[in-house]
Write a protein that binds this ligand. Structure first.
Ligand code: 5GP
Length: 190
């Protein structure tokens, strides 16, 4: 059986990765979205095991020590990581696995899985990103500022990725992602 493939989706907090991903998975239910572990508190409406596995810091640190995470990073004061076992299982079964992770994690994956396809989602502008983050109203001012600071750093690293997609119009952004994933490179006009 052909080996699966790893797809990494990265982009600043508030850029709309979640919405893009939900639409991508609706169009391609055969894709497997990895569920991360995090030490941040659940937002309203988030469910353990669906958006994230919510863990305490000692629990997370134990997972790191036991080598149970494929990659992990600290982001805006919390830990986030990708559980190793489900991802390896899916890839061994020939599945395409999507990781929605931040920059440091994407860099780790680039080292351990050099064949992974890495996609960076860009906001139309930084002021638009700030508006989207504030509109979400799920974080404190301090957390929003930390996320904005981090966003500037991440956007500066966008060139490290295989492709960059501006999330201005959702359908156009989705089309570009699909093109990158499903159309062989040599048939794409550049
Ligand atoms: P949020 O708190 O907004 O859900 O996520 C904050 C950031 O953490 C986002 O950029 C998201 O992509 C990233 N993230 C989510 N899960 C993981 C993970 O497993 N590993 C890493 N490195 N980043 C993650």
């Amino acid at each position: 059986m052909a080996k699966g493939k790893l797809i990494v989706l990265t982009g600043p907090s508030g850029v709309g990765k979640g919405t893009l991903l939900r639409s991508l998975l609706r169009r391609h239910p055969d894709l497997y979205l990895s569920t991360s572990v995090t030490t941040r508190s659940p937002r309203s409406g988030e469910k353990h095991g669906r958006e994230y596995f919510f863990a305490t810091r000692p629990e997370f640190e134990r997972m790191v020590a036991n080598n149970q995470l494929l990659e992990w990073a600290e982001f805006a004061g919390n830990y986030y990581g990708t559980p190793r076992q489900p991802v390896e299982e899916q890839i061994n079964q020939g599945k395409w696995v999507v990781l929605e992770i931040e920059l440091q994690g994407a860099r780790q994956i680039h080292k351990t899985f050099p064949d992974a396809m890495r996609i960076f989602i860009l906001p139309p502008s930084m002021s638009e990103l700030e508006q989207r983050l504030r509109h979400r109203a799920s974080e404190s001012e301090d957390a929003i500022l930390r996320r904005l600071e981090r966003a500037t750093l991440e956007v500066g690293a966008a060139n490290e990725f295989d492709i960059r997609v501006v999330n201005d119009d959702l359908d156009e952004a989705l089309d570009r992602i699909e093109l990158a994933l499903f159309v062989p490179r040599e048939t794409v006009a550049v």
